[in-house]
Design a protein around this ligand. Sequence first.
Ligand code: M6R
Length: 617
Amino acid sequence: MCGIFGYTGKKEAQGLVLEGLKHLEYRGYDSSGIAVLNGARHISVKKTDGKIRKLEEILKVHPLKGTTAIGHTRWATHGTPSPHNAHPHLDGESEIAVVHNGIIENYFDLKKTLEEEGIRFQSETDTEVIVHLVAKHYKGILENAVRRALKELRGTFAIAVMTSHESGKIVAAKLDSPLVLGLGKGENFLASDVSAVLTHTNRVIYLENGEMVTLTGEEFKITNFAGKAVSRKPVVIDWDVTRAQKGGFEHFMLKEIFEQPDILAAILKERVTGTRIHFDELKIPAAQLKRIKRILIIACGTAYHAGLTAKYIFEEFTDIPVSVDTSSEFRYRNAVIDKNTLLIAISQSGETADTLAGLREAKKKKALTLTLCNVLGSSLSREAKGVIYTHAGPEIAVASTKAYTAQLAVLYLLALYFAQIGAGSSKKITPALKEFMHIPVLMRKILDSYKRNESQWRDNAHDFSQRRKNAPNFFLYLGRHINYPNALEGALKLKEISYIPAEGYAAGEMKHGPIALIDENPWVICLAPKSKTYDKMISNIQEIRARSGCVIPIVTEGDEEIKKLNPIYIIQIPEVSEIFSPLLTVIPLQLIAYTMAREFGRDIDQPRNLAKSVTVE
Ligand code: M6R
């Protein structure tokens, strides 16, 4: 995790680096820092614990002048969040500065050797070994020193390095942590994520693993770690920067929830022509996909829940067996896969370390690999045989919402595409697409109803918070069949942004344990839209009510049955067939989490201890 940003050019660098870091703050926000190289060949550093706005306040009072700088926003791995552990780190003479994203696995041994050589360490971080190694090897040309230092490092890293001896120069290197160059006119940028450079340029180059770059305002030179020149053409990014701003919403999360209908409509417009589905960027020929005997999906967190839902979707539209695993479990299993397996890696960021490792494992075993991700040019998208982008636009809130529904939308279309190429029932395609086209309108209806009833939602959240003062209440989420993964997703969303304990369960599992938790305290969110398991959900609700449990059901409009069971609040969604219902039931779940977190005054877009992309194991 962590975000790094670098600038070299003719402008004052401090403001540009601060702005870049704000775009990367989702990657980590427990401390931050900046090093600026000025004309007098001196490196000045400011670091602090806390968020970037704290660094900004410090820099307002003590500005750093200079036109070359590197900055860092941290998610602590080694050493507590504190000013001395914040990056950039300096060598003993304060002549070299380093920022780092990743983990140096052999730092302990390196540190021991360096200490024996007389180096005094200032922090508890793994990163600090890098700066001392570069200093040790420095003989007047920074890139040579960095290259020699890299030979000694094991682990994952994206680093940026400057020295007071060479003005205007930044050297950066990448291994398994993302790094992108932004190419401007008379200025160049470095960042962990393309969204951080887009206000300045849309011409970018993604560094590959094992590559380094030497950057000045006028030029850049890419080589591999051995020093061999690499030539790579820039790509032009067409993301709209305004999509990464709040646009009048109180939080990015709320804005992103409200963007969902438009994103789904755009996905359908892009991928469906008449009754034909197409994935133009997919490099895997249809004939090869058709030969696949099974699909294995790997993902983490919310993306994993999209994978779980996909299993039901594929079972509905295709005849291909699907299994789903969390990437962190899959990568250490001795999974039986071969060239007839399609491994689908789902990831918003495309940088999740476990998912990347899982994909590599599958490649070793000769599986065909496909990445479904949101961030263009990300590591997963580059390493898989095929990629399908979800095109949800930049997702800034740490809690994933629009990326999830975009993943689901693409997975529905992918399943239907399999049916189209002969691996499923072609009869189902036209009616399914007809209904799917209407989903964005139905999503909008739910959001409009939330806006109309916002005060009621807030009152409910307030009621819960008042009750919580007297009793240790928490949330249970129950769902069945294709809405079971959404029960997990609802609980995850609530936990991560409101810090209220929550569990998601397959409702059929209630009797096997969780029912012991039921008394008048917990609130039980029951996903009960019209479906083939509706009657079973009614039974679950009755069982909860019989034990004085508080129920909030999510039902299909016009449901009279559940009203009779005296729920504390009913949330309605428009009528939709069961197979597409997760796209609707998830919206109230996102709004419940949002409203609760707001009631409890949480930092909704940047919840504690989390980071947007988990690039460490
Ligand atoms: O970028 P990815 O989709 O691979 O990220 C996976 C998870 O880290 C992510 O979904 C996480 O669980 C979110 N915070 C959920 O809101």
